[in-house]
Design a protein around this ligand. Structure first.
Ligand code: SAM
Length: 227
């Protein structure tokens, strides 16, 4: 069994999402699907770039960076991004707390808007624990509080995820094995969401789930199916 060092995460900011059940649903899955040669069936040597989009405190990006220290066959470049400047600042501080010196490439960006063209077609793995809850009403961008970006996925709850998946096609390395991992919730219309995802050309499957209070959380593994 490989060993994993859990990231040390500090965050005093009320604007930044504190790691929760959804975060740990992802991390637990990753821990049980990395061995000395493969990440969830993909050869470690083929994984050159991983993106943690919506990184928040940076926990998932830092987990991957720490895993590189434990497993020398695993050596991808780790990227993290968030729509909130405050999250990026918090993630950079946490990177230091875990003894890394600007090794993770953090970028302040609404989805992929500020990503350079050089990152197109490059990611083998993209992880997004998105805001996935429906909001009862449309909140205008200018009226959103920072912390709303953590949970408010739009009126249906999955609009942010769909917009992400539309752009993600251009940033995945489709020539190689690739996966997107993302969380969804039973509090949204999952039939409608899954149909939309399939229509975009992706194949989606649930790889892990957990019941938390009033909802079921799903970890989905998504692959682009059309070439
Ligand atoms: C549920 S939190 C997850 C945070 C962290 N990845 C974790 O698992 O603990 C969702 C994160 O996505 C970010 N986010 C929301 N909308 C975004 C967008 N359009 N582009 C980039 N990040 C976004 C939020 O600011 C927040 O940090």
């Amino acid at each position: 069994m490989p060993t994993f060092t859990d990231p040390i995460i500090n965050c005093d900011s009320e604007s930044v999402y504190a790691p929760s059940d959804d975060t740990y649903l992802m991390l637990d899955y990753f821990k049980s699907h990395i061995d000395s040669l493969y990440f969830d069936g993909i050869k470690l040597s083929e994984i050159k770039k991983i993106l943690d989009l919506g990184t928040g405190t940076g926990i998932i990006a830092i987990f991957f960076q720490l895993t590189k220290m434990e497993n020398l066959n695993f050596n991808p470049e780790i990227h993290g991004s968030d729509i909130l400047k405050e999250a990026i600042n918090c993630a950079k501080l946490n990177e230091k707390v875990n003894n890394f010196n600007s090794e993770i490439k953090f970028l302040h960006s609404n989805l992929f808007k500020n990503f350079p063209n050089s990152l197109k077609h490059s990611f083998n793995i993209i992880v997004f624990n998105p805001p996935y809850l429906p909001s009862s009403q449309l909140i205008k961008e200018e009226d959103k509080k920072d912390i709303d970006y953590s949970w408010n996925g739009g009126i249906k709850g999955y609009e942010v995820l769909i917009n992400f998946l539309k752009s993600a096609i251009s940033f995945l390395n489709l020539k190689k094995e690739h996966y997107i991992y993302c969380i969804t919730s039973s509090r949204t219309n999952l039939n409608a969401l899954n149909k939309k995802i399939t229509k975009l050309g992706y194949k989606i499957e649930i790889v892990k789930q957990k019941h938390v209070f009033f909802e079921q959380l799903y970890l989905n593994r998504i692959k682009y199916n059309k070439h």
